[in-house]
Write a protein that binds this ligand. Structure first.
Ligand SMILES: C[S@@+](CC[C@H](N)C(=O)[O-])C[C@H]1O[C@@H](n2cnc3c(N)ncnc32)[C@H](O)[C@@H]1O
Length: 218
């Protein structure tokens, strides 16, 4: 069996991966804590999670919170699923979906925090609405975030970062926006708990600085 197909099969058999074809995929909205985590702890989303380094990394540190990594690519999610299973992290899960559909999976006030980790920069002007910090996406997040929740963005891409800061500064529902163009020489460094994704390590090796911002939404 090809490597990717094996990973897809592993995902399908794993209770940690919520994806199309499983009944729970259609019915989990508003019920993550009841059905998946079986506790009342606050939920953090990691968007564009790739291999899920943040969900797994935070999940190991903060056992009193629940983490859901979201990405469209199953073969990448597989890596996070494997590590979460190996460490028996029952506070970590993965959702395979396009983030444009995320409103189908979370109910009003169900989510407590969002991390957006090195999302695709979408540099074309015609793709502005596909950036994960565009007004369209911010409005999607607001629909299920608890009022005033923290949203965090890390990126190595300066145009995406500048676009994000400008977009956020123009909104009345954004508060306490703080940012740095180089997290590794900033007092904000402590926020990321020392977690580096594979993508971030590659950027650092090329001498690219890592930009970071956070704000409260709603
Ligand atoms: C540049 S990679 C970064 C992955 C990871 N966060 C890291 O830092 O290594 C961007 C990720 O976002 C995912 N992605 C991009 N747009 C998406 C969307 N609209 N919905 C779901 N996943 C998306 C891709 O599949 C990819 O895994």
């Amino acid at each position: 069996m090809r490597k990717k197909q094996k990973r897809f099969q592993d995902n399908f058999e794993s209770p940690l991966v919520i994806e199309p074809g499983k009944p729970v995929f259609e019915s989990i909205k508003g019920r993550w804590n009841e059905v998946q985590f079986k506790n009342d702890n606050p939920i953090t989303l990691e968007l564009a999670c790739g291999r899920g380094e943040y969900s797994v990394g935070f999940g190991k540190i903060h056992k009193d919170r629940n983490y859901i990594g979201v990405d469209i690519k199953g073969a990448r999610l597989w890596k996070g699923m494997k590590e979460a299973a190996e460490y028996e992290l029952n506070n970590v899960a993965f959702l395979r979906t396009h983030i444009a559909q995320i409103g189908n999976f979370f109910d009003t006030g169900e989510v407590d925090e969002i991390w957006i980790i090195h999302p695709d920069p979408r540099p074309k002007k015609s793709d502005t609405h596909r950036r994960l910090t565009s007004p369209r996406y911010l409005n999607l997040y607001k629909a299920f975030l608890k009022e005033g929740s923290w949203v965090h963005l890390k990126t190595d891409n300066t145009p995406l970062f500048e676009y994000s800061v400008e977009t956020l500064q123009s909104r009345e529902d954004v508060n306490e926006l703080t940012y740095t163009f180089d997290i590794y020489s900033s007092p904000m460094l402590k926020d990321h708990c020392g977690i580096q994704t594979r993508y971030e390590k590659e950027a650092l090796e090329q001498g690219i600085s890592i930009k970071y911002l956070k704000f409260r939404l709603g």
